[in-house]
Design a protein around this ligand. Structure first.
Ligand code: ZN
Length: 302
């Protein structure tokens, strides 16, 4: 993986610092980009290429909404050349950026148009404290990711003008690949028997908005929010009315609720990956392509 940095500590203990945070430009001779979680890390590696060291703040397999930062990671945020994050996903990262990164923070939500958050009744009833009024899951729209690639290229060129042309060229190539992916989604989801997706965690608002699908989230924007019996009953009613064949679940959230709902309405379950963590053996493009295949099957697309 590009961006992993291996160094020796006294006593020759080999330490992988990429996942722990705290690498500095002085150690690597390159700008260090801290990326909050998987899709941003992928984008930073694509656009930064060999000219940066990318550190992911969220380890693979960890649900990023719950992330706690180690003191070393907070120190890393304070020293990084750029911190790429989405305000509203991870309170710990938002706080570390506000306190320690200042204008070295790059909030992806400021680079693309955001959509208003749709909160479940449970989140509202619990007074779930929301930092932002928009839905933060903007990386699930490839066209917004393309815009983000270009914006990130511009920010890296500002931070490291000596490699400005290389950042901009890689940004252009990455944006082109994402635009191709966007066109594949538009075409693949153009003519479908159903346009309703029932999801475990309300992460697919941008994807639904972009490709004219209707998302019915069982849980909330925060996957830890347990749905109430009333919310489950409402989701079951909509699923039956819309003749939904598939209830979507995801790898990092317990499938129990989705399974209960699926058996109640006579549907099956399938995995739709919100890509908050890297897909097995794949990247953002392959993960999204797998999502498109799942959606086409579930929705009966031609
Ligand atoms: Zn999420």
């Amino acid at each position: 993986m590009p961006g992993n940095v291996v160094r020796f500590i006294a006593g020759s203990t080999l330490v992988l610092t990429a996942a722990c945070g705290g690498t500095t430009a002085a150690e690597t001779g390159k700008p260090v980009v801290d990326a909050a979680f998987f899709p941003l890390q992928w984008l930073a590696e694509k656009v930064g290429g060999p000219d940066v060291t990318v550190e992911g703040l969220t380890k693979p397999g960890v649900e990023p909404h719950d992330l706690e930062l180690t003191p070393q990671q907070v120190a890393g945020v304070a020293k990084a050349s750029l911190v790429v994050y989405v305000k509203g996903v991870q309170p710990a990262v938002d706080e570390a950026v506000a306190q320690h990164a200042g204008d070295r923070g790059f909030d992806a939500a400021t680079a693309v148009p955001t959509l208003e958050a749709v909160h479940s009744e449970e989140e509202e009833a619990h007074g779930h404290e929301e930092e932002v009024a928009y839905d933060p899951h903007l990386w699930l729209d490839p066209s917004r990711m393309a815009t983000l690639a270009t914006a990130l290229g511009g920010r890296l060129a500002e931070a490291d003008p000596a490699h400005g042309a290389a950042y901009k060229e890689r940004a252009k190539q990455t944006a082109a690949a994402l635009t191709t992916l966007d066109a594949e989604f538009a075409k693949g989801l153009e003519t479908c028997a159903s346009r309703t997706i029932v999801t475990a965690h309300t992460a697919f608002g941008y994807l639904a908005n972009r490709y004219k699908l209707e998302q019915v989230g069982i849980g909330g924007i925060d996957p830890d929010a347990e749905p109430s019996p009333a919310r489950l009953a409402e989701a079951a009613r909509i699923a039956k009315e819309k003749k939904v064949t598939t209830i979507f679940t995801e790898e990092l959230v317990s499938p129990k609720v989705a399974e209960v709902l699926a058996s109640e309405v006579g549907a099956k379950t399938a995995v739709l990956n919100p890509l908050e963590s890297p897909p097995q053996g794949g990247d953002y493009i392959s993960g999204m392509t797998a999502n498109l295949t799942e959606l086409r099957t579930a929705l009966g697309c031609q």
